[in-house]
Design a protein around this ligand. Structure first.
Ligand code: F6R
Length: 608
């Protein structure tokens, strides 16, 4: 997601700000900006696009001064543009802010601040922050930042400067990362350690709700009530590359671990137990929905696999016929698309050529279109009539992980939203799904604790040439994704089968020692799955089951069982997905594969 930096010292601030931001580029960004205090006034330079655009501007129009803050933005609210880029400034003065995170209650705050005479220029959630700080400003920036944060819901790491107190930066974090670097006669803030490693290895790791005031005398850390906090310095001993990956050996593993946070962000402002599902700008009326006679979910690869889960959720809850189609197939056949069709284009990048082509064709016919994507301002998000963002944050590893799980969450939200609009969302279903979704981040953390067991199993699987994934209903959809994951990063041939299909041909492939990953999260189909497992077990297959904690199973037919926490069967595939991602990761690692950049693959497929 976004990256923030700040500098105070006796050198030209913009030099560090640009270098620090370049070290945060790995987080993904679409615009960059800085604010520097020059002779008591705040000067802002900001641009859409690469950091080089900002550097070019600074060459022609330098921003001098020894105190400043900087930002790389990865758009979440409002498309990438100069205006939406950070820093943002209050409309009534020069209090200036960089922000990483999401302000969930920005709509209410914007309304209130407008009634207090503040004006808003951007489409961001961030712009409320400098206005709010200005509202509380009575000559003490620290105090005003504390008061402003009391009103903020969501996540934030903030760097704040103003011309009236030109000798300081105030910063704070809550649920977004922020570190303080202590140099020789200079101090820094940054979203991540690599930004400051060329300057210092002495770091304060800020905790949530800790405020820091940087001046030329150094960094002082406070609680909100003004009490000083004495923190120990953390000495960095590792290198930059490891730091960008947050200490993980690959972006894939880092992104697997980011899923609890990514899913929280996906649900932020959209799901709560007592309110209707809120899909932001995607609003249909019941009459408009009545006009829709079928839905096509159009996608490729992993996104297609998430679409398979979406089909089950939407059909089950909203009783609207859904077909999931591979974009490259759909565009060259003659599907029944009319003005009554809703085309849902599902894409992490929002740039996949085939998916985009289907969207364009559908629009020509006059079909209704909805994009579900992770990248704000991407082609698919701009061209569709409506868009729902998955909010997973930038996904850097080629193998999709957090994009997939957040897509499946959005699919369930969409199912509930459409069902509710049709007046047919049963309250017991609604409560079951919402509760499960809200528990999901913690339950994913529990699944992550299974890593040692999964790593051991991976040692055996790594020797295989062929692998089978078995499941029924949404477990079958998940099996398809599990098989894809291991193919793409560990280069093992793998196939997914619906349990009941085995005897229609595939069982002929089973021989002594064949490894089978069997998914058992669909409780109503457990006995059927067990029968299928017995069929292959009796032909010599070795079975790795994925089942709930406490679920009674005949252990004689399993060689290993990976247990996941109990959760609604509708949401269980998300937990199963984390197991299968970890399995693919550990098998790839065993086989010495390049996990983040598997052979022959690209992150974004923008050609046919
Ligand atoms: C697999 C993977 C790909 C993508 C596919 C679609 O791990 O990442 O299969 O899912 O190329 O990409 P998007 O979602 O960007 O349209």
């Amino acid at each position: 997601m976004c990256g923030i930096v700040g500098y105070i010292g006796n050198k030209k601030a913009s030099n560090f700000l640009i270098e620090g931001l370049s070290k945060l580029e790995y987080r993904g960004y679409d615009s960059a900006g800085i604010a520097v205090i020059n002779n008591g006034s705040v000067e802002i330079r900001k641009h859409k696009g690469r950091l080089s655009n900002l550097v070019e501007e600074l060459e022609n129009n330098s921003a001098d001064g020894t105190i400043g803050i900087g930002h790389t933005r990865w758009a979440t609210h409002g498309e990438p543009s100069d205006i939406n880029s950070h820093p943002h400034q209050t409309s009534k003065g020069d209090i200036t802010v960089v922000h990483n995170g999401i302000i969930e209650n920005y709509n209410e705050l914007t309304k209130w601040l407008k009634s207090e005479g503040y004006e808003f220029k951007s489409a961001t959630d961030t712009e409320v922050i400098p206005n709010l700080i200005h509202y509380y400003y009575k000559g003490d920036l620290f105090e005003a930042v504390v008061k402003a944060t009391e009103n903020l819901e969501g996540s934030y790491a903030l760097g704040v400067v103003c011309g009236q107190e030109p000798d300081k930066i105030v910063a704070v974090r809550k649920d977004s990362p922020l570190i303080v670097g202590i140099g020789n006669g200079e101090s820094f803030i940054a979203s991540d350690i690599p930004a400051v490693l060329n300057y210092t290895r002495d770091i304060y790791l800020l905790e949530d709700n800790e405020f820091v005031v940087l001046t030329n005398e150094g960094a002082k850390i406070f609680k909100a009530n003004g009490e000083r906090i004495n923190k120990e310095i953390y000495k960095v001993t590792w290198n930059e590359d490891a730091a960008e990956k947050g200490g993980y050996d690959s972006f894939m593993l880092k992104e697997i671990h980011e899923q609890p946070k990514a899913i929280k962000d996906t649900m932020s402002g959209r799901v709560s137990l007592n309110e209707k599902i809120n899909l932001g700008d995607f609003k249909l009326t019941a009459e408009e929905l009545e006009e829709i006679d079928r839905i096509y979910i159009i996608a490729c690869g992993t996104a297609y696999n998430a679409g398979l889960i979406g089909k089950v959720a939407i059909e089950d809850l909203a009783r609207i016929p859904v077909e999931v189609a591979i974009a490259s197939e759909f565009r060259y056949r003659n599907p029944i698309v009319t003005k009554k069709t809703l085309i849902v284009t599902l894409s992490q990048s929002g740039e996949t050529a085939d998916t985009l082509a289907v969207l364009r064709d559908a629009k020509k016919i006059g079909a209704k279109t909805l994009a579900i994507t992770n990248v704000v301002g991407s082609s698919i998000s701009r061209e569709a009539d409506n868009v729902i963002y998955t909010m997973a944050g930038p996904e850097i590893a080629v193998a999709s992980t957090k994009a997939y799980t957040t897509q499946t969450v959005v699919m369930n939200l969409l199912g509930m939203y459409l069902a509710d609009l049709k007046g047919m969302l049963k309250s017991e279903d609604e409560i079951e799904i919402k509760k499960a979704l809200l528990e999901l981040p913690n339950k994913i953390e529990e699944v992550l604790e299974k890593k040692p067991q999964i790593a051991e199993i991976a040692k055996i699987i790594a020797q295989e040439k062929d692998l089978f994934y078995l499941g029924r209903d949404v477990d079958y959809a998940l099996a398809i994704e599990g098989a894809l994951k291991i193919k793409e990063i560990a280069y093992i041939h793998s196939e997914a089968y619906a349990g009941g299909e085995l005897k229609h041909g595939t069982i002929a492939l089973i021989e002594p020692g064949t490894k089978i990953i069997a998914l058992l999260t669909q409780t109503n189909l457990k006995d059927k799955m067990i029968s299928n497992i017995r069929e292959v077990k009796s032909r010599g297959a070795e079975i790795i089951g994925i089942a709930y904690e406490g679920q009674e199973l005949d252990s004689s037919i399993f060689d290993e069982i990976i247990r996941i926490p109990q959760i609604s069967t509708r949401i269980a595939p998300v937990l199963g997905a984390v197991v299968l991602q970890l399995l693919a990761y550990y098998v790839a690692k065993e086989r010495g594969c390049d996990i983040d950049k598997p052979r022959n693959l690209a992150k974004s497929v923008t050609v046919e």
